[in-house]
Design a protein around this ligand. Structure first.
Ligand code: SAM
Ligand code: SF4
Ligand code: SF4
Length: 348
């Protein structure tokens, strides 16, 4: 057992703690969602650069020592990463980590839900934007709606609860399905969260008029169900605000565009090759892989992470919201020069 004393939890320049970590385990994906991966060709991270499971667990231990309590495994499509349950097994027993969740498109979930649960995964979020096979195909450029449905059934059967469904709402594309998606989530015993279409790296087709914003979502749900009331906020760091309809059922909205919540943001992201981004919109991140592979000690890595976080001033979504004219964050040419700018590399 180590004799060194535990480092203190660390806060950034605005007093925001290091609380939640999104861990991307691959930049690859088996779908091509138009709002995330609309291009024909992509530049991938070199495989030799991907952190091994042991390296990843070491990194998670360092973050946990500095205050991280919640871990979300993401990608790309995380279920593409081979032997993922082994990683879940490693990170779910890291001291300090209280919550291990995973965000997936659900395509491969049916075959993996039980193994993930058995390995220690607590919760799952499935991204689902439509219940119509033709729309699913045009949005993702792949078939797979049935597989996603089977995945959701398997996750429920495996006890990966509470199930969450995430829906990116795009005006004129799926804003006529919000009620159907809400009812579907409800039938599955899950909770849906409607996400505003964000102008993140990779979203090269983003336009302001495609955002179906939180006001519009609340109005639509209120019209259909006879009112919505805000649920008192339990966790101010949670990105979703929750709303209750008169029959008691609840839905969430992640309003990153129209009502950004950077003020309470305790989230950061580590890419599959060990680049640490302190904000989804940050132009660059800190390379953790180089010091790790050069043999930095646990204490040295923690000091590096702590000093970097304590200088954090990022509030990307608020800054974007203050712009007079909003266009996609990064041009396609720049994304090809540096795949770290992509949402599918950073993890959503
Ligand atoms: N492949 C997995 C999935 O789709 O669930 C995990 C990675 S994906 C990048 C994580 C989340 O980011 C998904 O819920 C996806 O819908 C969301 N996302 C991607 N691009 C987005 C955009 N432009 N605006 C809002 N959400 C987006
Ligand atoms: Fe779609 Fe997720 Fe793949 Fe992006 S990473 S294309 S959101 S499934
Ligand atoms: Fe946090 Fe950056 Fe998102 Fe704001 S834009 S909520 S600071 S990750």
């Amino acid at each position: 057992m180590s004799s060194r004393s535990a480092p203190a939890p660390v806060s950034d320049r605005f007093g925001r703690p290091l609380g939640s970590l999104r861990l991307s385990v691959t930049d690859r994906c088996n779908l091509r969602c138009q709002y995330c991966m609309p291009e024909e060709e992509y530049v991938w991270l070199p495989r030799k650069d991907l952190l091994s499971f042991d390296e990843t667990a070491f990194v998670v231990e360092r973050f946990a020592a500095l205050g991280v309590r919640k871990l979300r495994i993401t990608g790309g499509e995380p279920l593409i990463r081979r032997h993922l349950p082994e990683l879940v097994r490693l990170v779910s027993v890291v001291p300090g980590i209280e919550d291990v969740a995973l965000t997936t498109n659900g395509i491969l979930l049916a075959g993996q839900a039980a193994a993930l649960k058995e390995a220690g995964l607590h919760r799952i979020t499935v991204s689902l934007d439509t219940l119509r096979p033709d729309r699913f195909r045009s949005l993702t450029r792949r078939d797979g709606l049935d597989a996603v449905r089977e995945g959701i059934t398997a996750a429920n059967a495996a006890g990966l609860r509470p199930l969450k469904l995430d829906t990116v709402v795009i005006r004129g594309f799926n804003d006529d399905e919000l009620v159907d998606l809400f009812e579907f989530a409800s039938d599955q015993g899950g909770e849906i969260r409607f996400i505003e279409y964000m102008d993140v790296g990779g979203a090269t087709g983003w336009r302001p008029d495609l955002v179906f914003d939180a006001d519009a979502i609340r109005a639509l749900m209120a019209r259909r169900y006879g009112g919505v009331e805000a649920v008192p906020v339990e966790d101010p760091t949670a990105p979703a605000r929750r709303y209750r309809i008169p029959d008691g059922r609840v839905f969430g909205i992640i309003a990153s565009v129209s009502e950004p919540f950077c003020r309470a943001c305790d989230r950061s992201r580590v890419t599959a090759d060990g680049r640490w981004f302190r904000c989804l919109y940050a132009p660059d991140g800190l390379d953790l892989r180089a010091p790790l592979r050069a043999g930095a000690s646990a204490a040295e890595m923690e000091a590096l992470i702590a000093s970097t976080w304590s200088g954090r001033q990022d509030r990307g979504a608020e800054e974007r919201a203050a712009l007079d004219q909003r266009t996609p964050l990064v041009a396609a040419g720049d994304l090809r020069k540096d795949p770290h700018l992509e949402m599918h590399t950073r993890g959503g």
